[in-house]
Design a protein around this ligand. Sequence first.
Ligand code: F6P
Length: 377
Amino acid sequence: MQKKPVKRIGILTAGGDSPGLNAAIRAVGKAAIGEYGWEMIGFRDGFLGLALNRWVRFDKTRLAGILTVGGTVLGTSRDKPHRMEINGRVRDMTGAIATNYRRLGLDALVCIGGGGTQKNALRLVEKGLHIITLPKTIDNDVALTDATIGFDTALGIATEAIDRLHSTAHSHHRIVIAEIMGHRAGWLTLGAGIAGGADVILIPEIPYDVEKVAAAVRRRSRNGTNFSIVAIAEGAMSKQDAVAFAAVEARRKLAKTELEREHVKAELAALEARHDGNTLRLAKQLEQLTHLEARVTILGYVQRGGTPSVADRLLATRLGTACAGFIQEGVFGVMVAARGDGVKAVPIEEVAGKLKTVPADHQWIEAARRVGTCLGD
Ligand code: F6P
């Protein structure tokens, strides 16, 4: 059967921004417009723009000069197609999105995003739309791809921060704790911690014992080094907190009635609220246990800002141009994953809802331990 030639594609960026999004938009656009002669329109602020029909047309001029620019020229949001707040009311906009897609005469829609975006994209695949996704997030936690757009840049920023924290920690004989992004996966903290030579690295995958962390700091003091750098992921937690979270999670799975579900939700919210001050609490605990001063630096959004690294520009350009190629071949319902030096089209349904965490036997973990880093366990 003859394939219908693609004429018009849409593109959007969703979820938290990350460096390299514009490089990806540019790559898809240059191949789509320049190589294949298609039209490309970009939706404003993620799925929200698609639901509200807010878009701009890309041409060569609009694509020029954006390769090195951080953030996303399209804007982004965490809005979900099936639960979107419109004029103060939460509504399911999947139907409206499908209607807009068809009215605009789109032949394909490229969604650039992290784990949440993959789930949202799957909802649109199930509505019969021709969706193709690209993986981006500084957390590097999207399943079935070697890398995500933005991770390398954030890794560089977090590593440089740890480098700089060394001199002030050393001068004041302090413990300096750097809190690094990553609620559920520790790639960024582990990578930057190793590259920056942190003495302690705490990640969500390995619940920590504060006594062990303090013992590592005291050992350094005994050996004549009166300062320590602790790299902690925002989602890292103590062994006790991990047990409490696991118990609530188990109750959540067993909850049958609406009342039980509401109760578990409230318990979880209370635990999460308590966890919010975790890094500051750790600093106080370490001061008490080591008699050294401790200071906290929360790296925050600095990690997501600014110009993308060389590796992210390359990754975004590889994935973006390959994405246009897949559309040309009529391959839809897939995420364009990075695999070694190549790319692979992975069904979105195999990616959605999965999280790529750091495996216990990962070589980074082994390497960290072998250079004497305390991982808190
Ligand atoms: O998705 C990446 C991420 O940077 C996480 O590491 C972080 O917890 C989260 O986004 C915070 O983003 P926002 O405050 O924009 O929702």
